[in-house]
Write a protein that binds this ligand. Structure first.
Ligand SMILES: Nc1ncnc2c1ncn2[C@@H]1O[C@H](COP(=O)(O)OP(=O)(O)OP(=O)(O)O)[C@@H](O)[C@H]1O
Length: 918
């Protein structure tokens, strides 16, 4: 082993892809062993008919290797540090910090390794691609060798060398009348544009080819009147969706493609190198380019350059068999990886379009290869998927020869791009061109119909006639003088047309039509959008109005809520006040609403009534409503409903009367107790009135003790004898303004009342502790049959209490009320089950719940019994006794029958009082 040569690395695995095929050595066969007939040589002269080469010195090359030629050019390593990727738009998602660090370190690595290359040129036909050191595992170095290239141009290869090796043969064939195509393929920034166009100082393949063409053709141009035409156009995407063609040599720009023919493409005749190069510069300026992370001037379109050789004329006669070759050089847009380029938005869409086009291009070639390998496999029509492949259909179907120049970047950071390119494109070199069209046959029109001449013939009638003449002339014999003349005329006309600007006129017309059409389309589109916007605007307005109304509603609801809250707070405060056992009689409350302090007994009565009414109002605010109604026919009906807003207390609470030492007449735990007490008290009063005969009614006045609280009872329109009487009884407790309305209504006919029988009754209580006051309101005694109505309502409050007393009172009628009772003797303690608690329904008619108040309740049996007993209560005895004791008041002489229950109740009250006294 040579000591100088280092031993192969054991960890290196060399994968040789597409190794260069070497023909096996033909086994030497001794002719003697076989009796073979003499095989005639291949009839080259028959297959390749003698042509008239433009340059006689150029020998006709024999059909050698007919495979597709694939060249590889490696651009030099970038001396400047790799362009750092532009600041990416910040992702909204949180990023993995590990990844971030890895990316940062990767960037550092890539920056630091700009000097090392991942690809090395083995020989003129093969390269080795090595994975970057940072990628492979410690003991496993992976490298791949790609071979079989027509030629590999290292990074130091000059443009001229590339031209000499790669393009010159093509140009020579073109000049001999063969069509040829060269496409530059490779990742973005690998040097495709540099190779194709080059720079003014370092011209690329096209300028060099043009120089070659004119250099070679010049001596013969005058003789053969050879003319070349050049057209340059690009295929780019419109927002990544539709493909569009742009003519880079005309001002109009847009052109169209029908099948494989480009319509409206301007072909500019070129007669020298300078003219051609100026056209190229013009096209390069118009070409779509953009800056990406990988290339500061990245091509965003597929650029196609055609140089066409117009058939030479022979004495003014078109020779249909003359050479009409086209040399096509294509600068494809570079394949892009999103991660590398960092493209976004429109750039990304362009990138997708470019990659798609390249993919279709590759699919076509792969399909051709597979079809050639296995004829059973049909040739896929991938070419239909893009404009580029449609245009290059003949080349991609193997009918014309083409060459590929792969451009690669050698940097380690470009490993993926280069590897992808080599893996993708190296198989293409196996494509064979066995069925290539003879180059000296006039090619199909489709590639050249885009020329100005053919377009022009359709435009003018003169051209139409010329075309017809031409067609005719092709089928007539040259002996016909007429046809010769016509041909001459046709040729002349062609010249004129070529010279004139009718081509541009046609394209201008087309352009205007297109722009007009697009304008109309845009107008309609704008109208539609405008209508949609209008609808949305109207909907928006409606929505705004709804929002406003909703806001108002919310405001109102808030106000209501606040009101309710304040009411609730007031109610709570009242309840707390009641719980304290002290029910204050605050005269200021009355005075605040314009009530004067009482000064005498009559004023006291009025004061009591007013206080009661105010209390009713307060009660209404406290959402208590108690109504007791009595129907004569159906028996006593009690309807008590309490709506209690305080949600903290849901249980029914027992009734309790205030203790004698308290200044208040009633000790009420909450409003409901007051109501119940008042209700029961009303029953007592009602029984009293029941027990009274109308004639025995007397006016009674009860003195009120200044020191003791007063329970005022207002009774109006009393009549015990009439069944249809109406009695309204109001019980009020003026001290704490928690009024209770207990109303018993009887319809009382006017004649049933006797003014003389009415009396004012008052009860004085001997004890000093408490006084039960009865206030009698004399509402009206002068006017007969008049209707008095007292109504208090608070319309804005749903919980308002309405107190209404409607009476029809005869003129003689005196309304009196009298009923006093010592609260200390009040047997109707809430704990007394026999009254209200014995029967579960004893708390009868008292519905303490949050549900809306029910208007009427039937009196429960125990209450009914009590009422009945009380109705028969003989007050006379007691009143007489009271009279006897105090001698201050006189009661009616008439003594109705009292029931035992009433008597027992009275006795019970008395007992209790005596107990208390003790
Ligand atoms: N062989 C080379 N020698 C010197 N410079 C080169 C070579 N190849 C490419 N370059 C430089 O690299 C840069 C990118 O090259 P170019 O624009 O030709 O890439 P590209 O493959 O056409 O990229 P894209 O597909 O994005 O258009 C250019 O500035 C060019 O001058």
């Amino acid at each position: 082993m040579d000591p100088n040569t280092s031993p192969p690395c054991p960890g290196t695995i060399t994968i040789r892809r597409n190794p260069p095929r070497r023909a096996r050595a033909t086994p030497k066969v001794t002719p003697q062993s076989f009796d073979l007939p003499d095989i005639p040589p291949f009839p080259n002269d028959d297959v390749w008919p003698a042509q008239t080469p433009l340059n006689p010195s150029t020998s006709l090359p024999k059909p050698e290797n007919e495979n597709l030629k694939v060249f590889l050019r490696i651009r030099p390593l970038s001396s400047s540090p790799i362009q750092a990727p532009r600041a990416k738009t910040k992702s909204a998602w949180p990023q993995n910090p590990a990844k971030k660090n890895a990316a940062a370190s990767g960037a550092k690595i890539s920056k630091s390794k700009t000097s090392s290359a991942c690809i090395t040129v083995n020989d003129s036909q093969s390269v080795t691609l090595s994975t970057p050191v940072s990628w492979h595992e410690p003991k496993r170095i992976k490298s791949e060798t790609y071979g079989g290239f027509s030629y590999v141009f290292s990074s130091d290869s000059s443009q001229f060398k590339v031209y000499e090796r790669m393009v010159k043969p093509l140009v020579e064939e073109f000049l001999r009348g063969k069509c040829g195509m060269l496409a530059a393929l490779g990742p973005s920034g690998s040097g495709k544009t540099h190779t194709v166009f080059g720079t003014p100082r370092d011209p690329g393949m096209v300028p060099l080819a043009l120089r070659h063409i004119f250099k070679d053709a010049e001596p013969h141009a005058k003789q053969a009147s050879r003319t070349f035409y050049m057209s340059i156009f690009e295929i780019c995407s419109e927002r990544g969706k539709a493909e569009k063609l742009f003519d880079l040599l005309s001002d109009g720009g847009e052109i169209s493609m029908q099948q494989s023919t480009v319509k409206g493409l301007k072909e500019v005749p070129i007669s020298n190198t300078e003219q051609a190069e100026s056209l190229m510069a013009q096209a390069a300026l118009k070409r779509a380019t953009a800056m990406t992370n990988t290339n500061s001037q990245s091509s965003r379109s597929q650029c196609i350059i055609n140089i066409r050789d117009v058939p030479p004329k022979c004495k003014g006669v078109v020779n249909p068999k003359s050479n009409s070759a086209v040399l096509t050089i294509i600068d494809l847009a570079g394949a892009e990886r999103e991660k590398r380029t960092g493209n976004q938005g429109a750039r990304l869409l362009e990138s997708n379009f470019i990659n798609n086009t390249l993919m279709v291009f590759g699919l076509c070639l792969r399909s051709l290869l597979e079809h050639q390998k296995n004829r059973k496999k049909p040739l896929q029509k991938h070419f239909q998927s893009s404009m580029l492949t449609r245009y290059l259909r003949d080349y991609l179907e193997g009918k014309k020869r083409m060459s590929l120049i792969l451009t690669a970047k050698p940097g380690e950071e470009d490993y993926l791009d280069t590897s992808y390119l080599l893996r993708q494109a190296s198989p293409y070199m196996q494509i064979k061109y066995n069925e290539v069209e003879p180059s000296n046959i006039v090619p199909k029109k489709r590639h050249y119909q885009a020329s100005s001449i053919m377009d022009n013939t359709k435009l003018s009638p003169l051209s139409e006639s010329l075309k017809r003449i031409r067609l005719v002339s092709e089928h007539t014999e040259q002996n016909d003088k007429k046809s010769v003349e016509e041909r001459q005329n046709f040729t002349e006309a062609l010249r004129k047309l070529d010279a004139s600007s009718s081509v541009s006129f046609k394209s201008e017309c087309d352009r205007q039509l297109r722009s007009e059409r697009s304008h109309i389309i845009m107008q309609n589109f704008a109208k539609v959008i405008w209508n949609v916007l209008k609808q949305y605007n109207s909907k928006l307005k409606v929505a705004e109005i709804e929002i406003e109304s909703l806001k108002e509603n919310i405001g109102n609801e808030k106000k209501k809520y606040l009101e309710l809250e304040t009411q609730l707070n007031e109610l709570k405060a009242d309840c707390i006040c009641c719980k304290g056992g002290q029910i204050k009689n605050d005269p200021e409350d009355f005075s605040s609403v314009g009530l004067a302090q009482p000064h005498n007994s009559e004023q006291e009565v009025e004061y009591s009534i007013s206080g009661f009414l105010l209390s009713c109002m307060k009660i209404s605010e406290s959402s208590f409503l108690v109504r007791v109604e009595q129907s004569d026919e159906e028996g006593p009906m009690l309807s008590t409903s309490c709506t209690r807003l305080d949600s903290e207390k849901s249980d029914r609470e027992a009734l309790s009367l205030s203790k004698p030492e308290h200044r208040s007449a009633l000790d009420v735990d909450d409003g409901s107790k007051i109501l119940i007490i008042m209700y029961v008290f009303g029953l007592v009063v009602h029984s009293f009135w029941e027990s009274f005969d109308a004639q025995s009614l007397s006016e009674a006045k009860l003195d009120q003790s200044d020191e003791q609280p007063t329970i005022g009872t207002s009774c109006t329109q009393l009549d015990a004898t009439e069944s249809d009487r109406k009695i309204s009884t109001y019980l009020l407790k003026a001290e704490d303004h928690n009024a209770l309305e207990v109303e018993t209504s009887h319809k009382i006919p006017s004649e049933s009342f006797d003014a003389h029988s009415l009396s004012e009754a008052g009860l004085d209580q001997s004890d000093e502790e408490s006084t039960l006051g009865t206030s009698c309101a004399q509402l009206d005694s002068e006017k007969s049959d008049r209707e008095n109505s007292i109504s208090f309502s608070k319309p804005e409050d749903h919980n308002a209490l309405e107190v209404e007393a409607v009476r029809k009172i005869p003129s003689e009628l005196l309304v009196s009320s009298s009923s006093t009772e010592d609260d200390n003797l009040d047997p109707l303690s809430p704990n007394d089950d026999h009254l209200v608690g014995g029967d579960p329904r004893g708390k009868i008619g008292v519905d303490i719940s949050r549900k809306p108040p029910k208007p009427k309740r039937t009196l429960m049996p125990s209450s009914s019994m009590l009422s009945r007993d009380l109705s028969t209560f003989d007050l006379c005895d007691e009143s007489e006794k009271l009279k006897g004791n105090r001698g201050t008041r006189k009661l009616a002489t008439h003594e109705p029958q009292r029931s035992n229950g009433s008597i027992s109740l009275l006795r019970m009250l008395k007992d209790r009082r005596s107990n208390l006294h003790r």
